[in-house]
Design a protein around this ligand. Structure first.
Ligand SMILES: [Zn+2]
Length: 152
């Protein structure tokens, strides 16, 4: 059976993709009134959410077949971008990198958003945008930074 998708599979909608990355690092929250003020480590899990209304076209410019045809963004490119702009977060003490900003999961999510956003825009020619970054320090907690777009 062949499913006909000669036109857009949805009349009006939005595509969303996520990819999850992991890194291990140390940090502390010196002003915290509990154990978090002491140096400790986490195996951080980071999920980026990307969205856009259109998928990559079949043909690029001068009849060049597009290897990203039908994708919002290539997962492989996301992994490459992650390594380029967030690779330095792995196996380090996060506090000097963020100083004077506290290394809470919320701030880490915001920082990763700012590091990843320009690359995602560039990779997709502005066709897709980073919407949200979720950071988990442990299995039962998450913190998110989500952009609020006024004119979408
Ligand atoms: Zn911690």
């Amino acid at each position: 059976m062949v499913i006909e998708l000669t036109t857009s599979p949805s009349t009006s909608g939005i595509y969303r993709v996520t990819r999850t990355f992991r890194f291990d690092s140390a940090h502390c929250l010196p002003q915290h009134d509990g154990k978090c003020k002491l140096q400790h480590g986490h195996s951080y899990e980071v999920t980026v959410l990307i969205e856009g209304g259109d998928l990559q076209p079949q043909i690029l410019g001068e009849n060049i077949p597009n290897p990203k045809f039908g994708m919002l963004i290539d997962y492989k490119d996301l992994k490459t971008l992650w390594k380029e702009v967030c690779g330095h977060l792995d196996h380090v003490d996060l506090n000097p990198l963020f100083n004077p900003i506290p290394t809470t999961a919320e701030n880490i999510a915001c920082m990763i958003f700012k590091l990843m956003e320009p690359g995602i825009y560039k990779l997709t020619g502005g066709n897709a945008q980073l919407r949200k970054v979720t950071v988990s320090e442990q299995q039962d907690t998450t913190a998110e930074f989500e952009v609020i777009r006024v004119n979408v």
